[in-house]
Design a protein around this ligand. Structure first.
Ligand code: ADP
Ligand code: ZN
Ligand code: ZN
Length: 740
């Protein structure tokens, strides 16, 4: 019998029952076009309906009877193929995070379809810098116009998308300046090899000795074909980005490519323009607002070698470069690097695996490294570098701590401390701007005493208990339940309450206290539409408001030169979320918030309001003492066997039927207990115990060995595959970033 050409194909259906490869014959006519990773169309099921799938293996051997084999129908042109490395990466993700193979494949190829070519818009300066200067200085101009004109003084051509996204320029401003003859908007269809911007023209800076050491060491390792993960711990302004760029420059000089991950919200106009100026049209930016077609275009350019550098959020990791040389992850501590859908992969770990497969290096950078990464650096898994000097000359802000217990004791029941009130008045008088930051995380109700700061915690898990509507306090890790207190067990005060104030209430109160001040609010409610997010930022930059009140969104990334006061209204709120990472997140947020004030030439003040000024996450952030915080935190993780001291797997079981959901969770947990003779924490209702009438039960496992947890996950997947009705209702999360 003639040798068969066969392909094993994963079919594009996300059901466990078909999540295994099916074997197909490659017909003679398609031999040239079917490769490992090709997207193919195949007849499937009794009706031979055509389904899409991916080739995950090529072989000449099968146990299936030849007469039962069907042929691949087509290799549709419009689908991008996967390379074998991509398949290997998907398999790695499936194994290490738990998901179907098709979900993992879809993650590594987020772009599946070619959409019509997109239009690239470039804003071009049409008057001389002198004319612009004259226009600017002649009159008091609208601030959005000023932002745009100032940017054009530095750069004659700027991609419109950068101005939209990063300088928050609205259509009306473009229109006005077009009418006045200052700008033109060029539209150009993206064609292969088209130059999108001026060529690179920014030359290297002379690095500081500390910066140079990093660049040299990474380069020397590269020369020796040693590829490590390097962690740069350096405060904002210490020159990390400059280091990244010089390393990238070296790597692309070797004919290799670079992926740069930066949380979208932290990628400022200045940083983006630095990359453009340095690398010109060799760099591409990916963001969540890109259309499928635009993303496709970036992928195509990467495959065809037309770009060497892609900057973007988590998913930019999957840019299909042919010869990847380095992956840079800035702000590596950010929670957004963890995917919230299955497979729940962490971009850092996945980057390290991808780099290993490609013989590439990984550079992590942060002012407040994740405890996980710092730990790995300390035990020698990563190579640690520290940058301590600020190269910008901007001063660190002055941090004031307001003890809210003391405020209450001295008769101030306002949500604003007296220090903060005084400073707000001062800034309003000086016509400077103010941000008030309310961390909404943990709103779902930790309970604390306003008089002494006592927080009700679980006796078994050392996380705070959450107040439920039925008045009970519940631990979301183990299910421990107790009655709420009427009086504080520590001091007897009756002011023991769940913290309830949201941004809306804060805005009302602020408006009453400062009737002349103009306020803006930015939170999930006011930013539902993308334009409103841009609009709020734009209006605040234009100084249409004096006080911006908001959630996390306001502390990241934006450069507000006129903001000289940042008030953190309730630092404790994020501290006692039912989540072991709460102190780490609080430390990061407070450090970041402090960095928001005084970005221009004016020095800034930061007021941190708290019931717990002595809590280590607060006191170390006030002192900007990362090392101190790390030592304290790792001691606690060690004691509790939380990551990175050990690994953790959370298993979320969901279902519309409450009893069935509980029973399944209990059953799975029991199965693990019996089979592995190991401790299972829970199951218990998740902190959000029901979403859209779907019940949520969660249980946890901890183990020193990650692989031991993978085995447990495999065991659970196998158990689930026999229970058809529950196929898609169980979710795995390794080393979870958030509590459930
Ligand atoms: P980070 O990424 O750590 O915030 P940057 O690389 O953005 O730091 O550097 C902060 C500022 O210092 C930038 O304006 C940058 O241009 C400047 N800078 C960086 N390295 C040097 C250097 N070696 N000499 C002079 N200025 C530098
Ligand atoms: Zn008390
Ligand atoms: Zn507990």
């Amino acid at each position: 019998m003639a040798e068969l050409s066969l392909a094993k194909v994963i079919i594009n259906i996300s059901h466990e029952s078909v999540d295994r490869p099916f074997t197909y014959i490659i017909p003679e006519s398609l031999k040239e076009r079917v490769n490992l990773g090709s997207a193919v169309s195949v007849p499937f099921g009794a009706g031979n309906t055509l389904k899409k799938g991916y080739v995950v293996e090529l072989t000449d051997h099968t146990d299936v009877a030849p007469e039962k084999l069907k042929e691949i129908a087509d290799v549709p042109d419009k689908d991008i193929s996967l390379s074998d490395k991509r398949i290997a990466l998907a398999a790695w993700m499936k194994r290490n995070y738990g998901s179907t193979m098709i979900a993992a494949l879809k993650t590594v190829i987020p772009v599946k379809e070619k959409v019509k070519e997109s239009v690239k818009k470039t804003v071009v300066r049409k008057k001389t810098p002198e004319e612009i200067e004259a226009y600017i200085t002649g009159n008091k101009r609208n601030a959005a116009q000023l932002r745009l004109l100032n940017a054009l003084l530095d750069e004659e051509r700027i991609p419109k998308s950068i101005l939209d996204d990063k300088l928050h320029i609205l259509a009306s401003t473009y229109k006005k300046l077009e009418e006045l003859g200052f700008i033109d908007i060029e539209e150009e269809r993206i064609v292969r090899g088209a130059v999108s911007m001026n060529v690179a023209h920014d030359s290297h800076m002379k690095l500081s000795p500390a910066q140079q050491t990093i660049v040299d060491e990474v380069r020397d390792d590269f020369d020796k074909n040693i590829h490590k993960t390097y962690l740069i711990h350096g405060i904002t302004g210490s020159g990390k980005t400059e280091v990244y760029m010089q390393i990238i420059d070296d790597v692309i000089g070797r004919g290799r490519q670079a992926i740069v991950l930066i949380p979208e919200i932290s990628l400022t106009y200045q940083t983006l323009m630095r990359f453009y100026k340095r690398f010109g049209d060799r760099v591409c930016v990916m963001n969540s607002t890109l259309s499928k077609g635009e993303k496709y275009d970036i992928y195509r350019q990467a495959i065809e070698g037309e770009v060497d550098i892609v900057i973007g959020p988590r998913s930019a990791l999957f840019t299909p470069f042919n010869n990847l040389g380095v992956i840079i992850i800035d702000e590596e501590h950010e929670g957004t690097y963890k995917s919230e859908t299955m497979p729940k992969y962490h971009a850092r770990e996945t980057a390290i695996e991808l780099a290993r497969m490609n013989n590439a290096s990984v550079i992590l950078g942060s002012a407040t490294p994740s405890i996980d990464s710092y730990y790995r650096a300390k035990i020698g898994e990563y190579k640690l570098f520290t940058l301590t000097e600020r190269l910008t000359g901007n001063q660190l802000p002055n941090v004031i701590v307001s003890d809210l217990r003391k405020e209450l004791r001295e008769g101030n029941r306002s949500i604003l401390s007296r220090d903060l009130q005084e400073l707000i008045e001062d800034r309003l008088n000086k016509n400077e701007q103010i941000m008030l930051f309310l961390n909404r995380r943990g709103m779902a109700g930790f309970v604390s005493c306003r008089a002494c700061g006592f927080v009700v915690k679980c006796p078994h898990c050392d996380v705070s208990l959450s107040l439920h509507r039925n008045g009970k306090l519940v631990c979301h890790y183990c299910g421990y339940t107790t009655d709420n207190y009427k009086n504080c067990p520590q001091c007897g005060s009756k002011y023991i309450l769940g913290f309830k104030a949201g941004t809306e209430q804060v805005e009302e109160i602020v408006q009453k206290m400062y009737p002349k001040a103009r306020t803006l609010r930015m939170d999930a409610d006011t930013t539902k539409k993308k334009e409103s997010y841009e609009e709020i930022l734009s209006r605040f930059l234009d100084h249409e408001a004096d006080i911006l009140i908001g959630t996390q969104m306001i502390v990241k990334g934006h450069d507000f030169k006129n903001v000289t006061l940042m008030g953190v209204l309730a630092a404790d709120m994020s501290l006692f979320a039912a989540d072991y990472r709460a102190p780490e997140k609080t430390f990061d947020l407070l450090t970041q918030a402090a960095g928001r004030a005084g970005r221009g030439d004016k020095p800034g003040d930061v007021v941190i309001q708290t019931y717990q000024p002595d809590h280590y996450a607060i006191s170390f952030s006030v002192d900007q003492d990362y090392e101190g915080f790390y030592e304290e935190e790792i001691g606690y993780r060690d004691l509790m066997d939380y990551p990175p001291a050990a690994h953790m797997l959370s298993v979320l079981v969901t279902g519309a039927d409450e009893k069935a959901c509980e029973a399944l969770a209990a059953n799975l947990a029991m199965g693990v207990r019996e089979h592995f003779k190991t401790l299972v924490i829970g199951p218990a209702p998740a902190s959000v115990s029901k979403i859209n009438d779907v019940y949520r039960q969660v249980f946890y496992l901890k183990h020193k060995s990650y692989d031991a947890l993978v085995e447990i996950k495999d065991f659970l997947e196998a158990a689930l595959s026999t229970r058809k009705q529950f196929k898609e209702s169980v979710f795995f999360d390794f080393d979870p970033q958030n509590g459930y």
